[in-house]
Design a protein around this ligand. Structure first.
Ligand code: ZN
Ligand code: FE
Length: 252
């Protein structure tokens, strides 16, 4: 059996994930800014939370860590360099480390650029990637603490070399505006046009309050194959080009 991934809508457009090993019932919580929606989902799933996993220190991904850690008596994982600023961090990770949830194991990619401490959790058996605010569907996070070179390494050389069928579970439901920008950047890209139509269809009946969103309104996950075909940042020819596209997106 595999890894069941439940998407929990939090704050205004954030994704929190409850990931459950179907063999053991053990579960991890990925990027939690709010406590209540997580409790509700854990109770409904009958899951046993064993770990909190953070992709980076920003409050909209980590504010609820201390409360969740206390409630479930579990450790909090994140990049080792974020000790002191990632709420509740107990277990620092580095590139190449692994973390398990039940029988499912993630390897850690260190992908600083959005912040200095961003990591991705790559579950190879489940073909699932949790990448926070570094890679979005058809977009990428703002480069707050790194450089375009670092974002290029993260998107093109690390995440972009994972297999096509790996699913991308990112930190926000930003796809509609991202894909509109992708269409502006590459007007002749048929894959972008197709994704644009698909995303508009999915988002057409979106709930007014994101907390009420159901899976039918969610554009996440996409796949690495989708991103290689449509994501203007992953498609950038080099770091300088990526930096230029990022600057343009910042004011789009
Ligand atoms: Zn962030
Ligand atoms: Fe965020």
């Amino acid at each position: 059996m595999g890894l069941r991934i439940e998407r929990i809508p939090t704050l205004g457009d954030n994704y929190t994930y409850l990931i459950v090993c179907e063999d053991t019932g053990e579960a991890g919580v990925v990027d939690a800014p709010e406590e209540q929606p997580v409790h509700d989902r854990v109770d409904a799933a009958g899951a046993k939370v064993v770990k909190v996993l953070s992709t980076h220190h920003h409050p909209d991904h980590s504010m609820a860590n201390p409360k969740l850690a206390e409630r479930y008596s579990v450790p909090v994982f994140g990049h080792a360099s974020d000790g002191g600023r990632l709420p509740g961090l107990t277990d620092g990770l580095e590139e190449g480390d692994t973390v398990s949830v039940g029988n499912q194991t993630a390897r850690i990619l260190f992908i600083p650029a959005h912040t200095k401490g961003d990591i991705a959790y790559v579950f190879d058996d489940a073909k699932a990637i949790f990448c926070g605010d570094t890679l979005f569907a058809a977009g990428c996070g703002r480069i707050f603490e790194g450089t375009p070179e670092m974002m290029y390494t993260a998107l093109v050389e690390k995440l972009g070399t994972l297999p096509d069928d790996y699913r991308v579970f990112c930190g926000h439901e930003y796809t509609e505006s991202n894909v509109a920008f992708a269409a502006h950047t590459e007007p002749d890209n048929a894959a972008v046009r197709k994704m644009h139509r698909r995303v508009q269809e999915i988002r057409k009946n979106a709930a007014a309050d994101w907390h009420d969103a159901t899976p039918t309104e969610m554009t996440i996950p996409t796949t690495i194959g989708d991103e290689r075909a449509t994501n203007p940042f992953m498609r950038a020819k080099d770091a300088a080009a990526l930096g230029q596209i990022r600057a343009e997106k910042d004011s789009f």
